[in-house]
Design a protein around this ligand. Structure first.
Ligand code: GLN
Length: 530
C-alpha cells in the first residue's frame, strides 16, 4: 500500500493536546496492524528546541539518534512504542537552513529563492522523508502552533499542495476548542467555525474535526458543527477531559476516529482491534490508588519541564500497583534548615537534570538528605552529578568539590568537561547526545534492576562527566561506578550499595519509558519507594 499522510493541525487556542491526539491516532492505526510514524513540524526559527528554556517550552526530548526535539515526540514514543529519529522533528529554522545552504552552494544558481516554492518544497520533502527510508503505511504529521499564526503559513501551503497531489492518500485532522460559557450555560461552536473558515481560506478543507471540550457535546451540537464546517457527522469527534491522557486512544476508538480516517482514505475498515495490552494497562491504572509520594527536586516549576520523568514515574507506579504522587520541590529554595520539612512524608527523591549554577546547592542538600536518611534517591544527569559532588564534599572530605560547570576554579573537579567538549564553541546540538552503550557491573543494584543485563543502551544529553581521576577514591569511600561506557570509559551509573536505593545515572532513562514497557530503573526505584 502507498504511504498515507495524516496532518494534524490546531485552531482557536494552543495547548489543546494535539500531541496526544496525534499519538492516539498512531496507536489506533498501529493496533490495526499498520506501520506508522509520527512527526512534529514546528514553525519557530530555532534549529531545534535544545536551546529553548524548559520553563517556557517544556522539556527537550532526545531521540536515540541524538536529535534534541519537542516533547511531543515523547508522547509519540510512549504511546506507540516506535523509535523516532532526527527526521521526526523539523522546525522552520531547519527548513530555511537547508534551503539557504543550498543557495550558497549554488544549487539554485540564477534563480530567486522564495517561500513558495522553495521553502514549501523543502517542507514537503521533509514531510515525505521518513517514508523514503523505511516502509510506512501511515505518516502522521503534527503541525505546531495555531492556525492563523504568521509563521505557520508556509506549512499550511505545503499541506494544501500535498493534499492536492496525494488526493485520497492525505487526510486533515483539525483540533479546535469548544468553550462553555457559564453565564449563558452554553457550549459555543463559533470559535470552531472561525477556525475552520481560516483553514478553508488557506485552501484546506479539514476531513475530521476533534473538538476539545470540558463538557460532553451532544449530537445536535456535533451536527451543527458538521453542517457549518462541511464535515461528515461521523467525522466530528470530541475530546473530553480525561482522568489520564492514556484514556484518550480508547475514547477516540469508541467514537470511531480511526475508522473515519480509514473511510476517508478508502481503506476497508475491518474489525475494531481489542487493544488488549493497552486496556490491561488502563485497568491497572484505575486500580492503582494507594499513593506513594515522591519529590521532584528541580528548578523548572512547569508541569511539562520534566514531562518524561513525570510520565516514567507514573507508569512505573501503575505497574507497581500504586499511584505516584509527585511533589515539585524548587531546588533554589532547599536549605539545610528547611530540607527536613520539605521532604517530610516523601518516600523517594528524584533529583532532576539541568544546566547552570542556579539551584544546584539545593540539589546537593537533597542528595545529602537522601543519603544520610537512606531515602531511595534517583539522580538523573545533573542530578547524578550533584550526588557525586555531595559525596566528595561530605564523605571523601573534599570540601570545595564541584562540577567544572559551576566552579571552574575548584581544586576538586569531580565532574569535569568531557575531552571532546573542550573545543566546542557553538551551543546548539553539540552535547553528547543520543544513545550510547553502557556495561553494567554484575551484582550491582543497577544491574539487578535491568534484570541482570550485561550491556544496556541509553540516551544522553550532557557536556560534563564523572572525573575518572577520582574513581578509586569514590570506590574506596563507598560510591561505586557500576555502569561504564566501553568505548570512552565514561562513568554512566553510580550507586551506594550500602543504602537501600541510591543511584545516579549520567544518561536519561526517562526518554525510553513507554506505556507498555515501563523503564526498569524507574520500576526498581518506585518499588524501593514502596
Ligand atoms: N549540565 C550538565 C552537563 O552538561 C547536566 C546536563 C543534564 O542534566 N542534562 O553535563
Amino acid at each position: 500500500m502507498d504511504t498515507k499522510y495524516i496532518f494534524v493541525t490546531g485552531g482557536v487556542v494552543s495547548s489543546l493536546g494535539k500531541g496526544i491526539i496525534s499519538a492516539s491516532i498512531g496507536k489506533l492505526l498501529q493496533a490495526r496492524g499498520y506501520k506508522v510514524t509520527i512527526q512534529k513540524f514546528d514553525p519557530y526559527i530555532n534549529i531545534d528546541p535544545g536551546t529553548l528554556n524548559p520553563n517556557e517550552h517544556g522539556e527537550c526530548y532526545v531521540t536515540a539518534d541524538g536529535m534534541e526535539t519537542d516533547l511531543d515526540l515523547g508522547h509519540y514514543e510512549r504511546f506507540v512504542g516506535i523509535e523516532t529519529t532526527c527526521d521526526n522533528s523539523v522546525t522552520t529554522g531547519r527548513i530555511y537552513k537547508a534551503v539557504i545552504d543550498r543557495e550558497r552552494r549554488g544549487d539554485y544558481l540564477g534563480r530567486t529563492i522564495q517561500v513558495v516554492p522553495h521553502i514549501t518544497d523543502e517542507i514537503k520533502r521533509r514531510i515525505m522523508l521518513n517514508a523514503t527510508k523505511q516502509p510506512l503505511d501511515f505518516v502522521i504529521t503534527e503541525i505546531g502552533g495555531t492556525i492563523g499564526d504568521i509563521e505557520s503559513a508556509p506549512f499550511m501551503e505545503a499541506i494544501r499542495q500535498l493534499r492536492w497531489q496525494l488526493g485520497r492518500d492525505a487526510v486533515c485532522v483539525h483540533l479546535t476548542y469548544v468553550p462553555y460559557l457559564k453565564v449563558a450555560s452554553e457550549l459555543k461552536t463559533k470559535p470552531t467555525q472561525h477556525s475552520v473558515k481560516e483553514l478553508q481560506g488557506m485552501g484546506i478543507q479539514p476531513d475530521i474535526l476533534v473538538l476539545r471540550t470540558e463538557r460532553h457535546l451532544d449530537d445536535a451540537l456535533r451536527l451543527k458543527v458538521a453542517s457549518f464546517c462541511n464535515v461528515d457527522l461521523e467525522c466530528v469527534v470530541q475530546s473530553e477531559d480525561m482522568p489520564s491522557i492514556y484514556e484518550v486512544p480508547v475514547s477516540m476508538q469508541r467514537q470511531g476516529l480511526d475508522a473515519a480516517i480509514l473511510r476517508k482514505i478508502g481503506i476497508p475498515v475491518g474489525e475494531t482491534p481489542a487493544m488488549k495490552p493497552w486496556r490491561e494497562f488502563l485497568d491497572k491504572q484505575r486500580k492503582a490508588t494507594t499513593e506513594v509520594h515522591i519529590a521532584l527536586v528541580g528548578k523548572y516549576d512547569l508541569q511539562d519541564a520534566y514531562k518524561s520523568i513525570r510520565e516514567s514515574l507514573n507508569l512505573a507506579g501503575i505497574y507497581n500497583g500504586v499511584r505516584a504522587r509527585l511533589h515539585f520541590v524548587n531546588s533554589e529554595e532547599v536549605t539545610r534548615e528547611n530540607v527536613a520539612s520539605l521532604f517530610e512524608g516523601m518516600a523517594g527523591l528524584l533529583i532532576c537534570p539541568g544546566f547552570g549554577q542556579r539551584g544546584i546547592e539545593g540539589k546537593i542538600i537533597a542528595a545529602e538528605y537522601g543519603r544520610t536518611r537512606d531515602i531511595p534517591t534517583f539522580g538523573i544527569c545533573l542530578g547524578m552529578q550533584m550526588m557525586v559532588v555531595e559525596f566528595a564534599r561530605n564523605v571523601l572530605g573534599f570540601e570545595d568539590a564541584n562540577s567544572m560547570e559551576m566552579d571552574a576554579a575548584t581544586k576538586h573537579p569531580v565532574i569535569d568537561l568531557m575531552e571532546e567538549q573542550k573545543s566546542v564553541t557553538n551551543m546548539g546540538g553539540t552535547m553528547r547526545l543520543g544513545a550510547y552503550d553502557c556495561e553494567l557491573t554484575k551484582g550491582s543494584r543497577a544491574c539487578e534492576a535491568y534484570g541482570g543485563a550485561a550491556k544496556i543502551r541509553e540516551r544522553h544529553r550532557h557536556r560534563y562527566e564523572f572525573n575518572n581521576l577520582y574513581k578509586e577514591e569514590y570506590e574506596a569511600g563507598g560510591m561505586r561506578c557500576v555502569g561504564i561506557n566501553p568505548d570512552a570509559q565514561l562513568v554512566e551509573i553510580v550507586e551506594v550499595p550500602s543504602l537501600r536505593w541510591y543511584i545516579g545515572t549520567q544518561f536519561h532513562p526517562e526518554y525510553s519509558s513507554t506505556v507498555l514497557r515501563p523503564h526498569p530503573l524507574f520500576m526498581s526505584f518506585v518499588k524501593a519507594c514502596i
